[in-house]
Design a binder for this molecule. Sequence first.
Ligand SMILES: Cc1cc2nc3c(=O)[nH]c(=O)nc-3n(C[C@H](O)[C@H](O)[C@H](O)COP(=O)(O)OP(=O)(O)OC[C@H]3O[C@@H](n4cnc5c(N)ncnc54)[C@H](O)[C@@H]3O)c2cc1C
Length: 803
Amino acid sequence: MKSHAQVVVIGGGVVGVSVLYHLTKAGWKDVLLIERAELTSGSTWHAAGGMHTVNGDPNVAKLQQYTIELYRAIERISGQSCGVHITGGIMLAGTRERLDWLKMAKARGRYLGMDLEIISVDEAAKLFPLMDKSHFTGAMYDPIEGHVDPYGVTHAYAKSAQIGGADIVRHTRVTDLEARADGSWDVITDHGNVHAEHVVNAAGLWAREVGRMVGIELPILAMEHQYLITGDMPELAGKKEQLHAIDFEGEIYIRQERGGMLMGTYERAGVAWSEATTPWDFGQDLLPNDLERIAPSLEVGFAHFPALEAAGIRKVVNGPFTFAPDGNPLVGPIRGLKNFWVACGVMAGFSQGGGVGLALSRWMVDGDPGADIWGMDVARYGDWTTLAYTNAKVRENYSRRFSIRFPNEELPAARPLRTTPIYEKLRAEHAVFGDYCGLEHPLWFAPSAREAEDVISFRRSNAHPHVAAECKAVQNSVGLLEISNYGKFDIRGPGTADWLSLVMANRVPAVGRITLTPMLNERGKLIGDFTMCRIAADHVFLVGTYAAETYYMRWFERHMPASGVTVRPCAMEYAGLSVAGPNSRALLQSLVRDDLSSAAFPFMSFRRMEIGMVPGYVGRVSFTGELGFEIWATTDYQRALYDLLIKAGREHGLKLFGGRALNAMRIEKSFGSWAREFRPIYGPFEAGLDRFVDFKKGEFIGRSAAAEERESGGALRLVTFRVEATDADALGDEPIWHDGNTVGWVTSGAFGHRVNHSLALGYVPAALAKADSGFEIEIIGERHKAHRLTGAAFDASGKLMRV
Ligand SMILES: Cc1cc2nc3c(=O)[nH]c(=O)nc-3n(C[C@H](O)[C@H](O)[C@H](O)COP(=O)(O)OP(=O)(O)OC[C@H]3O[C@@H](n4cnc5c(N)ncnc54)[C@H](O)[C@@H]3O)c2cc1C
């Protein structure tokens, strides 16, 4: 084994070899893969090899498409067959809701260029005669599903990488990793050491153990997974290969395997494997079968596909593979560790392995993944993903692998975990809570405990009239919202302003003032949006998205000078309450000595104040678009502050409101939000943030790319639509049509209760951004007329915020 390499990839499963191949393709030749045993010795070797393009996250779906298209290329390069069978697939719906979900998936696929088709039960039965029609209501057909040979794929990647200059060492185990001061690594193995500039953890079933070598606990858990193969079936003899099928009711997938069928299940009572540590002596082993455990799924499967039962079971495979809490991969650099990368938690290696390898290799070589991979970024998780949290969430995710997640559905596992001091008080007011990074936050308030539950639906739900009442209260009197779930950063030191001026696109505000700012990467794309609140010359309170805290910190630390400024994430240190509406000033004024008039405390002011006995910061800003104030106090004061506002609010018509009402109101104002309107695939001009990019202030990251975008105008434009919807509103990811063609996609949608119509925000080609007519938005399979608005639907001039 060589003693030095630019990159050491740990793990020769389908993911590690894909990373290796993509690194060579990107031009890095001095790359070495170290494998403990033979290639495929983790979960790869016994996989069913199924692949499909559909994914809840359109950006992950794109990478899945890429993966499937890659197989022919690596076959050509390596001469190794991947055993690709593109049979096409059908997803079978047994209920109206599932058919609705399929219609939405089809619509999302449309703007990704996917050729999906909703078909009737009769058409489905023609394509897949093994099904018993009586159990189904409809189906979706996808022409590019199929399966591959796991061994063939792994070796095709490996050979292609070797042809590209990579080395692969087998039967060598990495036992430790030691960081050098310059950011490089000593990779310690049982057959000598390698000095590497970069290390990639692609250790699959052992990714947690390799993570622990560098002091991190990756949120990953392996679950046992079983599939069975039937005996030969006369129904298949002499016929074309059967399609892949997914049966949602049974959480079952099924495909042909030689003369029989392969059927796998994601059973409700899933069993975790090696919950705390994975044994190193586990090799190409299988786990004991437990047909009892999957009996309920098999029963459904045999009822829905009767010929399978008659064929009998020839073989059962039970093997472990890993999941992250949300079922998507963990990819990218680890905050705080230089040159340490992960590509793990990949539960669908044969659909996703290629995309993961591509994104990670670009990230390593170019400093940027080159695509929007927020949904797979390891930085989407933080401290709350303890071993037990991950365990609960992975089990839940496994048991619902093929289940529909309704847009208003909050999943119950691992809850409540994190709560703020007023949690019980809000519960007593019949709050319906959502889970955000493990933190409970109020979504809406029901009139009684009995009604405090979401009835899950794709259409307007039972919450609709209550959210309407909350919005009306904000519009007409004053609403109180908990905003503790915002991300917060305390930035201090003499270099504060200079540093912020470099990492943010807008100018740093004067002391006592607030500015909104996008954050751009070097390619001039949006990687964050923040509220900068200047407390003092050398002190800024920065507010952003809490879910992206680690993602932001990773970026901040990468661009941090050696001295002069410190950034401390403090989201859970400060609890937040916001009052908004025409009476909000009078309410807050009754509790503070400071003059809150517009002359003394104008829009976008920020100041330390005492609210009753509570010391806090008050910003004159509100995401609702109304006159409003955000109040930040350390968590120990939150109960007192809440009680004070509730008591004083009585005479001002105060009503509690939640995140759903806030979302509807910010859409009425065309205010974008991180991970929806603002993502690394859009530039600031495309997103309508031009006025928040200050070219006069001098250099900042992304400046020249942003200047180019300003010059060219960018390819896309964020547009607000009024939608002629009926009983369901757009939510996000619906296609936008123009004159009969799909031209864009919705990023957010909701019913605007203050304007009394359905709204959507979405991107369309810049050339169409001024089109006056011809737009439609597809909601659950139906196209609805959409009218482009020239400004925000509510208070377009922004007068109300400034009164
Ligand atoms: C029963 C079953 C059916 C499945 N069916 C499908 C399917 O139909 N479609 C699909 O896409 N996916 C399927 N999967 C999932 C698929 O197998 C995984 O997504 C994929 O194998 C993950 O690959 P990996 O490279 O991340 O991990 P692994 O395959 O676990 O590879 C990790 C490798 O790293 C090596 N390693 C670990 N630690 C070290 C170390 N310290 N030093 C050196 N080497 C090390 C291991 O020996 C191993 O070879 C299935 C899984 C199972 C169990």
